[in-house]
Write a protein that binds this ligand. Sequence first.
Ligand code: PHE
Length: 518
Amino acid sequence: MDQKHDHANQILSLLENQESINSLQVAQTIGINHQELVGYLLQLEAANYIITEGLKKDQLFLNEEGNTILNSQSGEYEIYQKVPEGGISMTDLQKQFGIDQPPKQKQEQGEKKEKQVEDPKKKLFDQGFGNAKKMGYIKLDKGMISKVANDMPDKIKQELQSFNEIKLGSPQAKLLIERKLASISTIKYFEVKKGVKYNSKFREQFAALTTEQLLSGEWKDCDYKSINLNAEGEKISMGNLHPLLKVRKQFSQILIGMGFEEMPTNQFVESSFWNFDALFQPQKHPARDAHDTFFCSDPELSEEVDNTLRDKVKAMHQTGGVGSIGYQYEWSHEEARKNILRTHTTAVSSKMLYRIAQQYKEKGYFPKKYFSIDKVFRNETLDATHLAEFHQIEGVVIDKNASLGQLMGIIREFFRQIGINKLWFKPTYNPYTEPSMEIYGYHPVLKKKVEIGNSGVFRPEMLAPLGIPEDVNVIAWGLGLERPTMIYYDIRDIRTMVGPEVKVETVRSNAFCVFESK
Ligand code: PHE
């Protein structure tokens, strides 16, 4: 049995026939210091063998000088002993203590007084002499010092010898404190009582049940540590969603909640046809310039689209239809086949609309709500708010009754759910929508209106070639994912969200995105 067990058992046996014990006494009885005992007490308490109650009290402590006197004698008593029967002069008495000349006070020339050099022997003597008089050992009469009585005891030493019995507040205690031989300080200790698992013998507590203990049956006699249900588990290292993905997920949830279905977006490379031509965007439009769009070199051209579709789109651009005169230019088949990195998710929507129109041929008309969230690319100069690749969120409603009012209502509801309820609409121009509206929201940090999206009613010139019946309207809106993410996670520079600038630690520590709807 190790020492720890010995001490634990000693403590427990002290408690065996007693209601409670005092840790100060226990430390004395066992013969260890109180600090060490407290360690054992805490362990025993953790194992429910005991319960402790913290207490404190003021106690008288012997100072160093008090200890010195206890081991020899007091200064006044030393003086008393050196005074002979017939008395002695001050000078002679001082000589007995090795003090030859009482130091004279020297006065220096000038203003400065030289500090009197204090002789430690003299200081001690003066102190002892004063006390000897006060305690009634000696008297001073006409320059002669004599004993008051013979065979007096060293009273202070006697007090110190019974120091442990001196009560706080007693005249003895006051005397010792006044003489700076003792002082009062507060000590902390414990009252110890039996705990729910009290046993006079300490049994080892196992942290876990082992196979061996089970097989041997030893477990029946073992004590086990209780499980700390409040302990924190070890941090698990696992994957975490990037802030953009956290916000993206939340946007999907909202749109799904509003009855939208997700469109397949898994195609970064798109033909100019779906990204521009099918959207009634003229081939000379500046957005189709290499300054704004990334063109692919290999393969440079995409596969052919359905010829009928292609010819319908071509005719709409060149000569128009559905009440429009088109753009009146020579449409290039090759230009439409150029592969690009899609510049907006509306490329996904145009393709989807064509697919829906195909289905209408078989099944007839049905309304539909779609959304997409994915990456798009633009040949931008990078700065704190612009990247060459970013994400767009797009919603599309295909419905005979779809109107501008419905579009505004859906947009309001969508933004309400991400916590933006102050919206402004401003007319704008898109080649593929008419009317078109920019969406502005109130930026809580910048405290001003900022553009947060774009929207509109798809033009008949776009819908007719795709095969959408004339009486079916399509309304749509789009917005970026980066800006709301930056606001939500307080990200100041967009460039820290992609590539090597991304801090894994930040990604780990960012909370889930849950928008507060207004
Ligand atoms: N495609 C537009 C953009 O990139 C957004 C938009 C989507 C506008 C749908 C109208 C309708 O800004």
